[in-house]
Design a protein around this ligand. Structure first.
Ligand code: 6CS
Length: 351
């Protein structure tokens, strides 16, 4: 069970910053780039496996880098971690649009429902190689961060204390969502009562019945034990969990061109690796949950059932445009175009 009190979080931030500061001094003397890499997820997660592999590949390729990984729970919430990257206390972090949308509203394009392909290979390509990535790079820079990568961590799945197969059954459900405002709008359109809160408060929120349901990929539902306090797992295939990897802009700019190339090569290499990892982890963790809780109820929505949610979700695209104006519209159009392009490529490759 995961449960962090606010005072515990503040205390661990204080301690961590103290430790980070001491490390900074000793590393500066050695003339090595000390990259402190903070995660929004705990040990063993998709983000953790990414960061460990990043560390392994980068430090093998170059003696200029030293990487220290800080899993979730050691430094603070997603918002706090992002702030620490912006101000240079940390050098690298995961920044998921589910929270980052408050700072860079355009990243909420990735939160829209029913825009991704059912073929995950297509989504992976559209996220990592697309025009949307290039457009977002500039927006991240304006917030003091270099966008290194965007990748999917799996389908979003609902856990709930009852079966939900239609917007009717979603009426009034207190659904915990991440803190980006578009998520609140999206679940309101389904008739739910969306409740934004940090990741660390979800387990106790479910346990104390402050919320009825939450949404996350399978691997996270298992490692955060949400299935212990919700007995229905509902697969609507309506949205993907997407994250971005960010670096403090000044740190990135202070690298020489060889160091930048090394870093970018590692990040490129990680795209295939992490895609494989998330796919395996989501599959294995589902089996693990089923074996630990044999009466867990799995519900896969039919095409017809998904269609009813899709219909209800369409207004969120207008909301997104209202929130982000022309720049958001450009990014959404680029993303949709890339998804379509890669879908067609994949279909013709299979023929
Ligand atoms: O639900 C959340 O807030 C979190 N879920 C995952 C899978 N990763 C990070 C994010 O903060």
């Amino acid at each position: 069970m995961i449960f962090f009190k606010k005072s515990t979080i503040l205390f661990s931030i204080f301690i961590s910053l103290f430790v980070l500061n001491c490390q900074n001094k000793s590393k500066a003397q050695k003339d090595t780039f000390q990259l402190k890499f903070a995660l929004e997820e705990i040990q063993g997660s998709v983000q953790y496996k990414y960061a460990e592999k990043f560390k392994d590949l980068l430090t093998k390729k170059s003696k200029n880098f030293d990487v220290k990984v800080y899993p979730y729970g050691t430094l603070g919430t997603s918002d706090q971690i992002t702030e620490l990257v912006q101000n240079g206390t940390l050098q690298i972090a995961m920044a998921s649009p589910g929270h980052l949308g408050k700072l860079i509203p355009e990243t909420q394009a990735f939160l829209l429902h029913f825009i991704f392909s059912e073929d995950q290979e297509v989504n992976k390509k559209a996220l990592s190689e697309g025009k949307a990535f290039q457009l977002l790079d500039q927006l991240y820079k304006e917030k003091g961060m270099k966008l290194l990568s965007i990748f999917p961590e799996g389908w979003q799945v609902w856990t709930a204390n009852k079966a939900i197969r239609s917007p009717k059954e979603m009426q009034g459900v207190k659904m915990r969502v991440m803190t980006s405002p578009l998520l609140v709008e999206s679940y309101r359109l389904y008739g739910a009562n969306p409740t934004p809160m940090p990741y660390s408060e979800v387990y106790s929120g479910l346990q104390l019945k402050m919320i009825d349901a939450q949404v996350n990929p399978v691997f996270a539902i298992e490692e955060m034990s949400f299935y212990e306090v919700n007995d229905h797992l509902i697969f609507p295939k309506h949205s993907l969990f997407v994250t971005s990897v960010v670096m403090n802009l000044k740190t990135y700019e202070s690298l020489n061109s060889k160091q930048k190339t090394t870093l970018n090569e590692v990040v490129d290499q990680l795209n295939d690796y992490i895609f494989q990892v998330q796919s395996e982890l989501n599959e294995k963790r589902l089996a693990k949950m089923k074996s630990k809780k044999s009466d867990i109820k799995l519900i896969h929505l039919s095409d017809e059932e998904r269609e009813a949610f899709k219909k209800a979700s369409l207004k969120a695209r207008e909301k997104f445009k209202e929130m982000t104006g022309e720049s958001g519209e450009k990014i959404l159009n680029a993303l949709l175009k890339d998804i379509q392009k890669h879908s067609q490529e994949n279909i013709s490759q299979k023929e």
